[in-house]
Design a protein around this ligand. Structure first.
Ligand code: ZN
Ligand code: ZN
Length: 343
């Protein structure tokens, strides 16, 4: 594979459907590994980037950052990985390794984060990707590749704030949204022994939310149920996007409580409750490398498994359409039939 051109799926311009796109394999740097992609998840972040929502996309753009595959080439200074190893790669494929945040082991806050994406130069909707070996994570042997693909993005996104902000056992946690992130947050929160309430705009998700590990379920526009949990939660994890009734939700936080934003919802807040109840609002972005490794072994030990629908990578546009329409239950992972397994 390394001598031939790489086949990917690229958007040629903002908002365009993806088209087959071949390119020269990027040059292997000394710390890099080349990975033949067998699986790649489809994430809302890919769709935002196709639409240049973040203002950082360059075209042609090959999305895809929830990658599992086999190492097919190893740079001179890359240690710990060899050809044929199966690895998972999330949104971050490298970092500068020298800014104050990288030196503290918080690589997800790297000052050069725009160049750190696995999308640079081309992402995982491809036959292969090139990343820094220090961001390619060896996977437990028995973990299915489609499970690992989702965990390295959605899994780390929910696990990292649960570990950082809900460190005391017996805490009461509300998870807003029962979707791709939310269904995993429920499983992790249950495994971490918290009392978990799922809060969703869709009453029909109750049964599944309870099956994923929620102790309680509340419909987000049911004011009567919300009033019963006023000052009820130590932590609210917001995995939903779009319009949210913040006032009602903030009233469910205990004094000194914290709301953590994981997606990119529209935020409109009344400062009175924030100030008088001493509430905090925090964003949380992915997690660092140490937490990624911890999350993978925690998920394996506790049987945390995302609900995944598999589709062939050739149907990437159909997969994107389903994710956009909120029809994925709960994540879609593309399977690359043509990948060179490196074995
Ligand atoms: Zn993602
Ligand atoms: Zn850095």
């Amino acid at each position: 594979m390394s001598s031939s051109r790489v086949l990917g799926y690229a958007a040629r311009a903002v908002g365009q459907p993806l088209e087959p796109f071949t390119y020269e394999p990027p040059k292997l740097g000394e710390h890099d590994v080349r990975v033949s992609v067998t699986h790649c998840g489809v994430c809302h972040t890919d769709i935002h980037a196709i639409n240049d929502y973040y203002g950082i996309t360059t075209f042609p753009f090959v999305p895809g950052h929830e990658i599992v595959g086999y190492v097919s080439a190893v740079g001179r200074a890359a240690s710990g990985l060899k050809e044929g190893d199966r690895v998972g790669i999330g949104w971050q494929g490298r970092s500068c390794m020298q800014c104050e945040w990288c030196l503290q082991g918080e690589e997800q806050l790297c000052l050069d984060i725009v160049s750190s994406g696995t999308w640079v130069p081309y992402g995982g909707f491809s036959s292969s990707v090139l990343v820094d070996s220090r961001f390619a994570y060896p996977l437990p042997d028995t973990m299915p590749s489609e499970v690992a693909a989702v965990l390295v993005c959605a899994g780390i996104t929910v696990y990292s704030p649960l570990r950082s902000y809900a460190a005391q056992p017996a805490q009461k946690i509300g998870i807003i949204g029962v979707g791709g992130l939310g269904h995993l947050a429920l499983q992790f929160a249950r495994a971490l022994d918290y009392e978990v309430t799922a809060i969703s705009s869709s009453p029909e998700k109750k049964e599944q939310a309870l099956a994923f590990g929620a102790d309680h379920f509340i419909v987000s526009d049911d004011q009567t149920s919300l009033r019963q949990v006023v000052f009820g939660f130590d932590l609210l994890l917001c995995t939903a996007h779009g319009k949210i009734n913040w006032e009602a939700l903030l009233n469910t936080l205990k004094k000194n409580g914290r709301l953590v934003l994981l997606g990119f919802p529209d935020v409109a807040l009344n400062s009175t409750d924030l100030v008088t109840h001493q509430l905090s609002i925090t964003g949380s972005f992915l997690g660092n490398r140490a937490t990624m490794r911890e999350m993978l072994s925690f998920a394996q030990a506790h049987g945390i498994v995302p609900k995944v629908e598999l589709m062939p990578m050739t149907e990437v546009n159909e997969a994107i359409r389903k994710v956009k329409a909120n029809k994925a239950r709960y994540r879609i992972v593309l399977v690359n039939d043509t990948a060179d397994t490196g074995a």
